[in-house]
Write a protein that binds this ligand. Structure first.
Ligand code: ZN
Length: 459
């Protein structure tokens, strides 16, 4: 039951904004207006036209194979860099990495194409969006046969490229990174190399969006599924995690800026028993989500180009829907604009339920220079934030060591999840930060704890 002690504030609260800066609504609306379905379609068709983009395919041609594909992608990104006023730079990450897939060489060369739009004031806070440009057919190790990979995953590669095109002439406080990944089909070996390199470089990756299989809207049942995308996120335990926080930032951005299109939260790391490049970032402790179309057509993915019983098989461009890919790009762009414009999320120190009345108190460290926050809560069983509390109601006040204590009046912490997000001068919102899970009893049976306390169990 929802608390009746406070009035639920709608998500789209108007906020007092700085007079001199354009609002985030204005900036995002302008950028979204320039997303071009025809370019997305052209990118998918061009990539599919290279025949195959398998990691073992030829690299000595300008028209065929993975070498031609990445040469073309690099040229596209470099063309964007040339008109970015020096803000966008392009690099290849070339490595030979271990591969555990059957019938594959133990070591495989990968090449990621990486475009970086450097942040103006916080370049070491980074948001990544990527799709994988490599492809495969029915035989995982076949580097010669046709593997057009239009939906899996020229579509996601096209979304990242188009997002870069519309954002490259803008500047944001935080850094945006757009990537065409190699080697996803061989165990996400390209994204693993990138996630590791970012972790080693010392930057803070505050979010990674993997766009994989984001083009097909015709279900195997003949129905059209083009009104939403699925957003998968990992949570090691419980219902909250950095990844879920990023997923809820995507729903917020979509509701705010792309109201005609939905983001369906799936509270699972990926589709059942399967994986993708966002996993590489989750493994590095980075908030990461996967965007995918609502209903996959398995007669397309990882199939040889054949016709059986009058039915065509294979991942050809005719089944990548440009209007749908444009909507996925809009959600990506709106999410990146919000997160890269806003200050970083606060760091929540603790939460407690008062003992004299049913108010929850949240103690958090504000990011440097950020003075505006928004407080949110939901029942533990709700997938997304349902209530917003503004500054005037929460009245955050200073405690020792630069911390702030905010009050959620009438909100009983025992039954709900609470959180806080930073609000920028332009109205942009960070990811929401939540308190740590209450204690180990939530996650480990008593017997396991006892054994652990004796030092007899692993972590
Ligand atoms: Zn894929």
């Amino acid at each position: 039951m929802k608390s009746t002690a406070i009035v639920a504030v709608p998500f789209f609260v108007s906020v007092v904004l700085a007079q001199d800066a354009p609002t985030i609504q204005k900036v995002v609306a302008e950028v979204l207006g320039t997303i071009d379905p025809a370019r997305l379609d052209a990118t998918v068709r061009t990539l599919a036209g290279f025949g195959t983009r398998h990691v073992l395919s030829r690299t000595d041609s300008d028209t065929e194979g993975t070498g031609a594909a990445r040469k073309w992608l690099r040229a596209q990104y470099e063309a964007l860099a040339a008109v970015s006023g020096g803000r966008l730079s392009v690099a290849l990450q070339e490595e030979t990495v271990p591969c555990a897939r059957p019938n594959m060489p133990r070591q495989v060369p990968i090449v990621n194409v990486i475009a970086t739009l450097r942040g103006t004031t916080e370049p070491d806070r980074v948001y990544v969006v990527g799709g994988h440009y490599d492809s495969r057919n029915s035989v995982g190790e076949d580097g010669k046969g046709a593997a057009p990979g239009a939906v899996d995953d020229a579509s996601g590669t096209a979304v990242a490229l188009e997002a870069c095109r519309v954002l490259a002439t803008r500047s944001f406080p935080a850094t945006l990174v757009f990537v065409a990944y190699d080697g996803e089909e061989q165990g996400c070996i390209g994204s693993a190399a990138h996630a590791k390199a970012l972790a080693a470089s010392g930057v803070v990756v505050d979010g990674m969006i993997g766009c994989d299989i984001v083009g097909n809207t015709l279900g195997m049942d003949g129905a059209r599924y083009d009104k939403h995308l699925r957003c998968f996120s990992y949570a090691p335990s419980g219902n909250d995690s950095h990844g879920r926080s990023l997923a809820r930032a995507a729903t917020f951005a979509a509701r705010t800026h792309v109201p005609e299109f939905g983001v369906k939260l799936i509270q699972r790391g990926d589709r059942y028993g399967r994986g993708g490049d966002h996993r590489s970032f989750f493994d590095q402790g980075v908030p990461a989500v996967r965007f995918s179309e609502p209903r996959e057509d398995f007669s397309r993915q990882h199939q040889n180009l054949v016709e059986r019983d009058g039915k065509p098989y294979g991942d050809v461009p005719e089944f990548a829907d440009p209007a749908y890919m444009a909507n996925v790009t809009r959600v990506v762009v709106a999410t990146l604009c919000e997160l890269a414009s806003a200050p970083p999320p606060p760091r929540v120190v603790s939460a407690q339920l008062r003992r004299d009345r049913y108010d929850t108190e949240l103690v958090f460290e504000p990011p440097a220079g950020c003075e505006r926050f928004e407080f949110v809560w939901r029942e533990t069983t709700e997938p997304d934030w349902t209530h917003t509390i503004d500054m005037a109601t929460a009245k955050p006040r200073a405690t020792a060591s630069r911390r702030l204590l905010a009050t959620f009046p009438g909100v009983c912490l025992d039954d709900v999840v609470v959180g806080v997000r930073s609000v920028g001068a332009d109205g942009s919102r960070s990811r929401t930060a939540t308190p740590p899970e209450p204690d180990r009893f939530e996650q480990r049976p008593r017997a396991a704890r006892a054994a652990e306390d004796k030092g007899g169990q692993d972590k």
